[in-house]
Ligand binder design. Structure first.
Ligand code: RIB
Length: 308
């Protein structure tokens, strides 16, 4: 497989993960059995998943000028990610995410953007010479929307495949400004929020996805949790089968899916095949605790079973 080049224009956070038997009610204090501090943020997670699988990855992101900012840069370097376009913002804290994980593996997440809110189109311009050498550029919505629109337009000028994971969903996202985007990857809830359409049934999901395609988006990948994923193009639909595992911690599973999809696609696989491998990678990640900590290396992934 060829070594793909991936650019991530997105966020980084420090994850403050509390493992709890149940969520506290309003005004209630309860004791939780365990806590972990880890590296997270949807952009950084996707970058780390792709890098661990062997892609050449560069990150365009902002960190705060605090202890966490320095640790984030060190973590990128440890994972072999190019930090030439990671900007430390004076006087801003790094992004953090308090996360609560229940025994079922289900999670609830708060994000405090911190320095991520300072990422700007100028940062993308400064990185354009490097980004223009990438096979795939990944984006999410934990940074200002103007950065996302600007990156899509830049990538379109260079003919680069773009992937947008619209998480966390924002009603402020202007779909017409995503025109030229190659892959849009929402879950069912995000798809409903962004289109204003119901997504309860398979037929409704298809209608909502096709509405986006009608607005200039190339292909839509709807992630369906335990039901797998669905790849929708203008004239075809393909279901990606789920991989059944017993979840321990689902935090960052969506990012494992997107980051590994970018890796497999940039390595030369067709989209359905790349998505099938991504489903396997994400499933492995939820059998372990933590966010980036749970992402397998290429060797671990290869040892887990045959490629499709
Ligand atoms: O998708 C999981 C991620 O969402 C966590 O790592 C957290 O930082 C938030 O960005």
């Amino acid at each position: 497989m060829r070594k793909g080049r991936i650019g991530v224009v997105g966020s980084n956070m420090i994850d403050l993960i509390t493992y709890t038997d149940r969520m506290p009610g309003p005004g209630e204090t309860i004791e939780a059995p365990d806590f972990e501090l880890g590296f997270g943020g949807k952009g950084a997670n996707q970058a780390v998943a792709a890098a661990r699988l062997g892609s050449q990855v560069m990150m365009v992101t902002c960190v705060g000028d605090d202890m966490f900012g320095h640790q984030q840069i060190q973590n990128f370097t440890t994972n072999g990610i190019d930090t030439g376009h990671v900007r430390m913002v004076t006087g801003k804290p790094s992004g953090v995410a308090p996360i609560f994980v229940e025994p079922s593996g289900e999670n609830a997440i708060l994000i405090v953007k911190g320095a991520n809110a300072a990422l700007s189109p100028a940062d993308v311009d400064a990185a354009e010479a490097n980004l223009s050498q990438c096979d795939v550029i990944l984006m999410q919505l934990e940074v200002p929307l103007e950065v996302v629109y600007h990156t899509i337009a830049m990538a379109a000028r260079h003919g680069i495949t773009t992937v947008l994971n619209p998480a966390p969903a924002s009603r402020a996202l202007e779909v017409p400004r995503l025109s030229g985007l190659s892959f849009f990857c929402p879950n069912e809830t995000e798809l409903a929020t962004l289109t204003g359409l119901p997504t309860e049934t398979e037929a409704e999901i298809l209608t909502a996805a096709r509405q986006l395609i009608g607005q200039g988006i190339g292909q839509v990948v709807v992630t369906l949790g335990g039901r797998g994923a669905r790849l929708v193009t203008a004239d075809a639909v393909q279901d990606i089968a789920p991989v059944k595992v017993t979840p321990v911690d689902t935090t960052g599973a969506g990012d494992a899916f997107i980051g590994s999809f970018a890796h497999f696609f940039a390595s030369g696989m067709a989209a359905p095949q790349a998505l099938t491998q991504a489903a396997r990678y994400a499933a492995m990640s939820i059998t372990r605790r933590g966010t980036q900590k749970s992402y397998p290396t290429a060797q671990e992934f290869a040892a887990s079973g045959p490629a499709a």
